[in-house]
Every structure is written in structure tokens, then in C-alpha cells.
Write a protein that binds this ligand. Structure first.
Ligand code: GDP
Ligand code: GDP
Length: 438
């Protein structure tokens, strides 16, 4: 099942960022070696009890005039309605109920999305609790008193959030159809690719408009196999300042990537690879998805015998943190290599779910250790006892060692390379968990 999305919505200064940071804790976005993404606190992975979810911050509002605040709040609420499974609507006990709260609450209620009402800045549960009851008047259920800055009441609020996931999980149909997300900047050719695939495959199973989420799902049959393509191109908002557009595009990418098994990151060959492409690719990397980098519009590039080589090294350099990603040069316009795209998707899917026997893994590790001695520090040498694969999507390995501190990143990378030499695992990241065993 894909991770649920939780969005935080509320007026300026009610404490959205404070709540976001309190819940995200150390988990704010991003593995450290993924460039670019770390600056934005747009989304974070949160774990509460046995549930993991992705939290999104629908964005800041510039408090200029009351009218503008309300219209921006509506935008923000709409983004949440489009993308989230559960919405946390946050209000401020000190300011009390204000008109804008009531209007946004109406909008949220009409959407039918599960809403959890949080009343923030209840720093003193003895004194301020009476004031919380007023918020029942919003008509969106029980208000949960919290203090984001003192981290009070967050557990009860999260229990309520998680309760809604459980309802959804029961409803959600489980199927084995591979899900492929097509992501990338505007105008790189995402819609063109989907349209071309639809044209070429001839058999269209169905065309389901994403009702609850902000992406369009398209079922495509290819050589007797069904795939679901998740397209993030569908929705575009007008009259938005640039920063907001970028935030929105990242939110859409995160939600599409979360639901996918394989992610196709589309890059414009004419423009060449950019920071923003790297940022988008980084989202799929962090989430351990299968990744195909598709350099599109290859028909429009003037080529000589060195062009492909130059392009390849440029892309690899930009995306040096994901050397495992598959790289393809395609054209949605002419259809060049689109059939091969399906072969690549199949291969990456297979690698995402590949399981290696423990015996074989330990042989590889033993050979690797014999070839290159593990590091030591202050006279103590790293000992590696045992390796086993514990899960797939992405393939995840646990290595038991004598001392975690001695297991340097570079030695893990070395073992990863040895495993890849033996099994390829092309298109998928591998995850390593280091455990101590005395
Ligand atoms: P946002 O505009 O909704 O993102 O609000 P912020 O998170 O930036 O918070 C606005 C102000 O409220 C800041 O000065 C915070 O320190 C303060 N604040 C946030 N949470 C609490 C809280 O639980 N209690 C109190 N007293 N202040 C808070
Ligand atoms: P999206 O915003 O990523 O969905 O991009 P679109 O699919 O709307 O494509 C943006 C523009 O690029 C359109 O004008 C397309 O005709 C053009 N385009 C898309 N794919 C190709 C391609 O393979 N070759 C060329 N030359 N143009 C393309």
C-alpha cells in the first residue's frame, strides 16, 4: 500500500510550521546526500505508532489584506483536498474563532475528506481548555487541543489522524498491477509520452480520472500486461506566484511517487538537465523507488557520434547519488524507444522485488572481505558476521557487525557494488541496515 498523505492547513500564524517541525522531528525531508531538496520544508516522513505517512505543508500565506488571506487559504485548502488523505486543520485558541476559519471549514467539510481539527497554543491545559469548546461551532467535529511549541496533545491528535488511515485501508483494493509515475518539470513531455503510449498500445482498458488525488491514472495494456500510469501533468493552477507553483509541483510529485513502483523522471533533451530535474529525481531516490531517467525530445537534438556519450556523462554527473538509475533517450514525438521503455519498466520492477538467498549473500560478503580488508579505528577492526535480505521495494539488507561506528559509508558502498556486480539490481536503490551483535 502507498503511504498516506496528510496536509496541514490553517491561517497565518496559527502555528502550521511549528506543528510541521514538531511532527517531522529529525525526519524533515531528505536523505542528506540528496542535493537541492533539503532547503524546502515542503514535505516530511512521519512515523506514529505503526503508521508511516507523508506530511505536506501546503505553504505560507503572505498576510497582506484580509481578502487576499482568504483567497490564498482557499487555494491552500484546495491543494490539500486534491492531494491529501487526511487534512489537519489548525486554528489558534488565543485568537479564537474567526470568520476565515469558518469559511475554510465549510470548504473542507463539503470536500468529504477526513479532517482533524487542531486548536493550537493551548499551552496550559487547565486554563485554556474551556476556550477550545467554542471550536465545535465549525461543524467539523471534535477539536483537539494542542500546543505545537510545547508538544502537548500531539499524540491524541495523531491517533485521530491514524484512525482515518485505517478506514481507508479497509476500503482500498489490493491489486498487483504495476504503477508507473511519470514525473518531471512542466513541458518536458510527460503528457505527450502518455498520449503516445495510449496511441501505440491500442488496447485501452480504462481511463480513470483521479478523483481523490491530484493525478490522473491511465491503464495501459502492453503485450498482454496491464500497467497503471500516474500522470502528474494533469492539473495546473493559474495566477500563482512562482514559488507557490514550484511548491505545488513538488507536492504533486511526492504524492505520485509515493503511489508508484517505478518512477520515470522525464528530462528535456533540448534544455539539458537542470537543478530542478535533480530535485525531482531526488524525491524518487529518497523513497527507494525503481527509477528510469528518460531524456525526451531526443528527435530534436542535433547529434554526432559523441552526443549520447556527452549527454550520458552530464546526466550521471548531476545525478551522481543515483548511479543505479536506468537512463534512456526517447522521443514522445516519433515514438523512438517507447517499446523499449516497457522492457525497462519490467526489468526494474523485477529488480525491485528480487530476493537473494542468504547463503549466496554471505558468500559474496566473505569474498568481498577477503579482497578488501574492513576498516579499523583506534586498533579496533570492523567485523562483519552475517548479511541477510529482509525486504523488497527497495531490496533491503541487514548486516550484523561488531561495532556500528566502524562501518563506514564507503565500506557499505563497496559491499553494495559487490552485490550489484553479482545481481545487477539495475534501476533500483538498495538499502542497508547495520546492526550490532556483540
Ligand atoms: P504559521 O504561519 O501558521 O506557520 O505559524 P508559525 O508556526 O510560524 O507560528 C506562528 C507563531 O506562533 C510563532 O511565533 C510561534 O512561535 C507561535 N506558536 C506556534 N505554536 C505555538 C504554541 O503551541 N503556543 C504558543 N504560545 N505559541 C505558538
Ligand atoms: P508536460 O508539461 O511535461 O506534460 O509536456 P507536454 O507533453 O505538454 O509537452 C510540452 C511540449 O513539448 C509540447 O509542445 C510537445 O509537443 C513537445 N514535445 C513533447 N515530447 C516531444 C518530443 O519527443 N520531441 C519534440 N520535438 N517535442 C516534444
Amino acid at each position: 500500500m502507498s503511504k498516506p498523505i496528510v496536509a496541514i492547513v490553517g491561517r497565518p500564524n496559527v502555528g502550521k510550521s511549528t506543528l510541521f517541525n514538531a511532527l517531522a522531528g529529525q525526519n524533515i525531508s531528505i536523505v542528506k546526500d540528496t542535493p537541492g531538496v533539503t532547503r524546502d520544508r515542503i514535505y516530511a516522513d512521519v512515523n506514529w505508532l505503526n503508521h508511516g505517512f507523508t506530511m505536506i505543508d501546503t505553504g505560507g500565506i503572505e498576510p497582506e489584506s484580509k481578502d487576499i488571506i482568504l483567497s490564498q487559504m482557499r487555494e491552500q485548502a484546495q491543494i490539500a483536498i486534491d492531494t491529501a488523505d487526511v487534512i489537519i486543520f489548525i486554528t489558534d485558541v488565543r485568537q479564537g474563532l474567526v470568520d476565515a476559519d469558518a469559511k475554510v471549514a465549510d470548504m473542507l467539510r463539503r470536500s468529504g475528506k477526513p479532517v482533524v481539527l487542531a486548536v493550537n497554543k493551548v499551552d496550559n491545559f487547565d486554563k485554556l481548555l474551556m476556550d477550545v469548546y467554542e471550536f465545535y461551532n465549525l461543524g467539523i467535529g471534535e477539536p483537539f487541543p494542542i500546543s505545537a511549541s510545547s508538544k502537548l496533545g500531539l499524540g491524541d491528535m495523531l491517533d485521530e489522524v491514524v484512525r482515518h488511515f485505517e478506514e481507508e485501508e479497509e476500503e482500498e483494493e489490493e491489486d498487483d498491477i504495476p504503477r508507473v509515475a511519470i514525473v518531471g518539470k512542466p513541458n518536458v513531455g510527460k503528457s505527450s509520452i502518455i498520449n503516445k503510449l495510449l496511441g501505440q498500445s491500442r488496447v485501452i482498458v480504462s481511463d480513470i480520472a483521479g478523483t481523490t488525488r491530484d493525478a490522473i491514472d491511465t491503464n495501459i495494456m502492453w503485450q498482454g500486461r496491464e500497467y497503471i500510469f500516474i500522470d502528474t501533468a494533469g492539473l495546473r493552477r493559474k495566477n500563482k506566484i512562482k514559488e507557490e507553483l514550484e511548491r505545488y509541483s513538488i507536492i504533486r510529485t511526492v504524492t505520485a511517487v509515493d503511489r508508484a513502483d517505478v518512477v520515470i523522471v522525464v528530462i528535456d533533451a533540448v534544455e539539458g538537465i537542470t537543478e530542478q530535474d535533480a530535485k525531482i529525481a531526488g524525491i524518487a531516490h529518497e523513497r527507494g523507488k525503481g527509477i528510469i531517467i528518460a531524456v525526451n525530445k531526443w528527435d530534436a537534438v542535433e547529434k554526432n557520434d559523441k552526443t549520447i556519450y556527452k549527454y550520458t556523462s552530464k546526466v550521471r554527473e548531476f545525478l551522481s547519488y543515483m548511479p543505479y538509475a536506468e537512463l534512456m533517450f526517447i522521443s514522445a514525438e516519433t515514438g523512438q524507444r517507447l517499446p523499449k521503455l516497457f522492457d525497462t519498466i519490467d526489468m526494474v520492477l523485477e529488480n525491485q522485488t528480487l530476493r537473494i538467498q542468504t547463503g549466496v549473500l554471505n558468500e559474496i560478503m566473505a569474498e568481498a572481505i577477503a579482497l578488501q580488508q574492513p576498516p579499523s579505528d583506534k586498533g579496533k577492526r570492523l567485523k562483519l558476521y552475517y548479511i541477510t535480505q529482509v525486504s523488497v521495494k527497495p531490496p533491503t539488507f541487514v548486516i550484523f557487525v561488531n561495532d556500528k561506528e566502524l562501518m563506514h559509508f564507503s565500506y557499505t558502498r563497496y559491499l553494495e557494488n559487490k552485490i550489484r556486480e553479482a545481481f545487477g539490481f539495475r534501476g533500483t536503490s538498495l538499502k542497508f541496515i547495520i546492526r550490532e551483535r556483540k
